[in-house]
Write a protein of this length. Structure first.
Length: 118
């Protein structure tokens, strides 16, 4: 059974930081590209950041470049999203996604709420 479990969300003041984690099980983690998406109320889900299988290449949405950083530890089957200089517009449910481009398998986590508010 495949599971992606996000953690680390919460309430933070503007300008603060959070670190999200996504722990995967039931997949060969190193074979999967990992990414973080977010969905704010009334908006579509959007890509925040992605990282290739071996961590050599990353991509970011323009809105988070320079503030967020994605990384992975294949030995721990975990992907992280370090979020700094948080803004109220970063408020959303953040989802972890695993994708294997060779098999076409895609898996999602259940999401973790991030709220940026004073």
């Amino acid at each position: 059974q495949v599971q992606l479990v996000e953690s680390g969300g919460g309430l933070v003041q503007p300008g603060g930081s959070l670190r999200l984690s996504c722990a995967a099980s039931g997949i060969t983690f190193r074979n999967y590209a990992m990414s973080w998406y977010r969905q704010a109320p009334g908006k579509e889900r959007e890509l925040v950041a992605g990282i290739r299988r071996f961590g050599g290449s990353t991509d970011y949405a323009d809105s988070v470049k320079g503030r967020f950083s994605i990384s992975r530890e294949n030995s721990k089957n975990t992907v992280y999203l370090q979020m700094n200089s948080l803004k109220p517009e970063d408020t959303a449910v953040y989802y972890c996604k695993a994708e294997n481009s060779y098999t076409g398998n895609v898996y999602w986590g259940q999401g973790t709420q991030v709220t940026v508010s004073s």
